[in-house]
Design a protein around this ligand. Structure first.
Ligand code: FMN
Length: 392
């Protein structure tokens, strides 16, 4: 019998889809609703010591849209505004109402051993299932020497991980930043320091755009902005790459994050090493309800492939990712044109000639491929507005 259930570090997930630490997990009532709708768990909006100043800017979001679709999303939001006590009460309430749902406490504190350990000890006594250390917020907190200021330094990341692991009575995931030259170096440093798992990725540092009338950068905060964190479907290739690189170098469980908007994205993350995935932006722009289609589509896929559970999918693609020198250079593919779909607009001919190869032409009303000139790069197939070109 195929199941969506999976187990990570002894924690039972009823399905591998959980909410990432962000606005959808900022209020107890919202998490309650998400759990009722079928999410397997939630990473709570990052909790900090009560005395850490948290003043938000407005506007705090900007979006890159294609038509009506939000493809990329930038935020300059800070962390949770609930007090530690409010979280403790909320976690208890959620546990009573939803005993099978996974709750992970995301935490962040100044670089002071006592501060980190105090927060961990408080939540040790709560009913959370695990900790996630936020070493990766790219805005606001780095000014205070925390967030991404930690996660871009292997030694600092290792030191704080060790402080936490020393007192934590629950598994510890470290949430990594993609804004580094080598994410594997940071992953290995925290693994060596005792982390039980990795969460990747947090947002990609970004500048969304500039208003060309007023020269105000976006998002506008009374005419100014700061570099923010980019998320949503356009960051998926970056998240996938990071998770795959970590998996190639570590056996730790990974919570995959970044641009996941449907079950296929989630499944891809699992094939490159994720045990469970987290979703943020897609929920912010389309609501908690997306979970129904995610669960159904993923279960149908597992059944179709003859897999028993998400664990059967894990790492399936990882052996197929290697260095360029190892790729098979003997085989070449060529564009195959579906004449029934092709409208002879000439776009493929134009891009091929202007991008070096001039292998395509229109002969007798049909697109002709000169195999001697074609290098099989696949550009024509990507620009075809009719999807009439497949590489074979
Ligand atoms: C508005 C907003 C607020 C966020 N706040 C947090 C946070 O408090 N803690 C954290 O670890 N990550 C935070 N994130 C990052 C997300 O958890 C996630 O790592 C990132 O958005 C990539 O996933 P996505 O493409 O599914 O959105 C935030 C993201 C957004 C968009």
């Amino acid at each position: 019998m195929t199941t969506l259930k999976t187990k990570v570090l002894g924690i039972d997930f009823e399905n591998p889809f959980i909410l990432a630490s962000a606005p959808p997990t900022a209020k107890i009532a919202s998490i309650d609703k998400a759990f009722s709708l079928g999410w397997g768990g939630a990473v709570l909006k990052t909790i900090t010591p009560d005395n850490l100043e948290m003043i938000e800017a407005s506007e705090r979001y900007a979006a890159w849209k294609f038509g009506n679709k939000v493809c990329g999303f930038e935020n300059i939001e800070l962390l949770s505004h609930l007090t530690v006590q409010e979280w403790l009460d909320g976690i208890r309430l959620l546990r009573q109402k939803h005993p099978t749902k996974v709750q992970i406490a995301s935490i962040m504190a100044p670089v002071v051993k006592e501060e980190w350990q105090k927060l961990v000890k408080i939540f040790n006594d709560s009913e959370i299932d695990a900790f996630e250390l936020n070493f990766s917020c790219p805005h606001g907190m780095p000014e205070k020497g925390i967030g991404m200021a930690i996660g871009t330094h292997p030694e600092l990341s290792a030191m704080i991980t060790a402080w936490v692991v020393e007192v934590a009575q629950k598994p510890v995931f470290v949430k990594l930043s993609p804004n580094v030259t080598n994410i594997v170096e940071i992953a290995q440093a925290v693994e060596k320091a005792g982390a039980n798992g990795i969460s990747a990725i947090n947002t990609v540092q970004s500048l969304m755009g500039v208003d060309l009338d007023t020269f105000e950068p976006l998002p506008k905060v009374n005419g100014k902005t700061t570099f923010g964190g980019y998320s949503g479907i356009s960051v998926k290739p970056i998240g996938l790459r990071c998770v795959a690189q970590i998996r190639q170098n570590s056996d730790l469980p990974i919570l995959g994050i970044g641009g996941i908007s449907n079950w296929k994205d989630a499944a891809e993350y699992m094939t490159v090493g994720a045990d469970v995935v987290q979703v943020c932006t897609e929920v912010m722009v389309n609501g908690y309800g997306i979970i129904s289609a995610m669960k159904k589509g993923f279960l149908d896929y597992l059944i179709d492939k003859g897999f028993n559970s998400p664990a059967d999918l894990k790492n399936r693609a990882i052996k197929n990712i290697s260095e360029h020198r190892t790729l098979d250079k003997q085989k070449q593919v060529y564009p195959q044109i579906d004449d029934a779909l092709c409208v002879k607009c000439g776009k493929c001919v134009m891009v091929c000639s202007e991008s070096e190869h001039s292998a395509l032409s229109i002969v007798d009303g049909k697109v002709f491929v000169d195999k001697d000139s074609c290098v099989g790069c696949s550009l024509c197939s990507h620009v075809c507005v009719q999807s009439a070109i497949k590489m074979k």
